[in-house]
Design a binder for this molecule. Structure first.
Ligand code: NDP
Ligand code: HSE
Length: 455
């Protein structure tokens, strides 16, 4: 293993010289980071043992008005020049996306600089390569802000729960989707209007389809699963379904049945492999996590020793995310002089101890279901539907048949089932949709009880 390059970075490491930071990107999170570092400079120095000084930052348009002071920071349009600046010890990557972020982070590592990033897409897709490079160069890549904004969930799983065999975790890990679902349910708001508001508040990704189609949550879930189970990052094997097709009708039927609709990321060990899935999920309303609203996030982690633990806090936004970025910076500063082999491993487990467990295909996953269908109001239809479910060994938990709307002969039928493997449910839905009196498609939403003893 190579040690980080000697030079100005190491010269001050033992003394009280400030640690010099370069920030790539001065948008929502970049400016939040500057503001928090300036406002809490004294407290942060007392904790870190050294002053953290932002010497340079990059942004595409350096003439743009910023939400943070930039005096004393050399602002440049060329991110690469920050990475190559020999006076900088730590690079904070807050640009987002893969290109040019991946190349910049690898370049920084190559230069022997430590990296802090909030970029979940980058870590989920290229983390294996980045951590390998960092390991070889003996530098740290810290990414607390990449998952659940301000909640210190990476540290909690990687360090606080290190005694446990993690059995499963389930999280509301996309603030934008949770904000949209909350506003739809509480105010009957329109999907597109709420998404615009989430963008205005700085919660949404540069491409908001990442939020509403579940991709951002899957990036974060991939990272959580890796550190929880000691497996490589496997984003491409995750099942990803977002909230874009959720209707207000399903949100309100779910409420009538005692459930709340959330976009959940679920990672669970089973005997046949790891479940890694993001999809809209009904959860019992009495669960604490069902009551997480707005842009707040929560992650429920079940460890064999500790039992269920719940972590809650702001999942997006300028300063909540900066809180995690600055915590990583302090961690980096505190361990600058530590032997790299004695640092907490990037993915919680020693790199040579990762297990390449397979990720289950969605067809193999077992879960409960909410089904909504529209049927012609005539005798025998419900019997036909329940016969199909019985033939496939799918047991019913509840059935709700609504009155037809005035002047209409089509009735909504809602069925809740017990747990069954998804392959059987796919077969059942295909058969139900082929029944003459069933109109249109069957809506299927997965349902999880999140019992502490879920095996
Ligand atoms: P913003 O879009 O607000 O800021 C991005 C910054 O990067 C801007 O300063 C922009 O310059 C600069 N930039 C964009 N593209 C390039 C490029 N190609 N080359 C160089 N600089 C570029 O993003 P956020 O601050 O919201 O997000 C930053 C990162 O943090 C992302 O990875 C995001 O996923 C993550 N994150 C965001 C959270 C949030 O709540 N917003 C929460 C947790 C993580 P300019 O300002 O001139 O346009
Ligand atoms: N777009 C993300 C979200 C930002 O809404 O959760 C925080 O990672």
């Amino acid at each position: 293993m190579q040690r980080p390059a000697a030079g100005p970075r190491e010269a001050g490491a033992g003394a009280a010289a400030p640690v010099r930071v370069g920030i790539l990107g001065l948008g929502t999170v970049g400016c939040g980071t500057v503001n928090v570092l300036l406002r809490n400079a004294q407290e942060i120095t007392r904790r870190a043992g050294r002053r953290i000084e932002i010497v340079q930052a990059s942004a595409r348009d350096i003439g743009k008005k910023r939400a943070c002071p930039t005096s004393g920071i050399a602002l440049v349009p060329d991110a690469e020049s920050v990475v190559r600046n020999p006076d900088i010890d730590v690079i904070v990557e807050l640009i987002g996306g893969l290109d040019p972020a991946r190349a910049l982070v690898l370049e920084a590592i190559g230069q022997g600089k430590h990296v802090v990033t909030a970029n979940k897409a980058l870590i989920a897709l290229h983390g294996n390569e980045i951590f390998r490079a960092a390991q070889e160069r003996g530098v740290m890549v810290a990414f607390e802000a990449a998952v659940a904004g301000g909640i210190p969930i990476i540290k909690a799983i990687r360090e606080g729960l290190t005694a446990n065999r993690i059995e499963w975790l389930a999280g509301i890990i996309n603030g934008t989707s949770n904000f949209i679902l909350s506003e739809m349910r509480e105010k009957g708001a329109d999907f597109a209007d709420v998404l615009r508001e989430a963008q205005r508040l700085g919660y949404a990704e540069a491409d908001p389809t990442f939020d509403v189609e579940g991709v951002d949550a899957a990036h974060k879930l991939t990272i959580l699963a890796a550190i929880a189970f000691g497996i490589p990052l496997k984003f491409r094997d995750a099942y990803v379904e977002g909230i874009s097709r959720v209707t207000r009708l399903d949100v309100s039927y779910a409420e009538e049945l005692g459930y709340r609709l959330k976009l959940l990321g679920i990672a669970r060990r089973t005997e046949s492999g790891v479940e890694l899935r993001v999809h809209p999920t009904l959860i019992p309303r009495r669960r604490l996590i069902a009551n997480v609203e707005g842009a707040m996030n929560a992650v429920l982690v079940k460890g064999d020793a500790v039992g269920p633990t719940l972590f809650y806090g702001a999942g997006a936004g300028s300063e909540p995310t900066a809180s995690a970025v600055v915590a990583d910076l302090v961690d980096v500063v505190r361990t600058l002089t530590t032997d790299p082999t004695n640092r907490v491993p990037h993915l919680a487990f020693q790199p040579d101890a990762l297990e390449d467990l397979s990720i289950l295909a969605m067809e193999e996953v077992r879960t409960s279901y909410y089904l909504r269908m529209h049927a012609e109001d005539r005798p025998g239809v419900l019997a036909d539907v329940t016969r199909i479910l019985a033939d496939l060994q799918i047991s019913i938990e509840a059935i709700l048949q609504k009155e037809p709307a005035e002047g209409e002969s089509v009735v909504p039928i809602i069925i809740l089932t017990h747990r069954v493997v998804e392959r059987s449910m796919n077969a059942a839905i295909a058969r139900i949709e082929s029944l003459g009196p069933i109109q249109g498609r069957v809506t299927r939403i997965r349902l999880e009880h999140l019992h502490a003893d879920w095996h």
